[in-house]
Design a protein. Structure first.
Length: 88
């Protein structure tokens, strides 16, 4: 579903696939992942444990803004970029 960055959190909250401006969420089997610029994971939801993970590694001002816009309303566990990539 096409949406704006500002409205993307409602899709992420419900684990729905979406495409926004340089931001998208997609089901990848065991995980639901929210990516910035099609490659940088901001948030990761693990279906089996029902846990949200948040990338704690800072990348750029624009990804930090996107992270704020798409943040799910659930509490998250912080992991580094490397830890998230290892999970995926």
């Amino acid at each position: 579903m096409r949406t704006s960055n500002k409205n993307s959190a409602q899709f992420a909250h419900k684990l729905l696939n979406f495409q926004a401006n340089n931001l998208h969420g997609i089901n990848e089997g065991k995980f639901y992942v929210v990516y910035s610029y099609s490659w940088y994971p901001l948030f990761l939801y693990e279906y089996s444990t029902q846990t949200w993970y948040e990338n704690s590694t800072k990348y750029s001002v624009s990804t930090s803004k996107q992270k704020t816009q798409v943040r799910p309303t659930y509490s998250t566990t912080e992991l580094t970029y490397k830890q998230i990539k290892e999970m995926l």
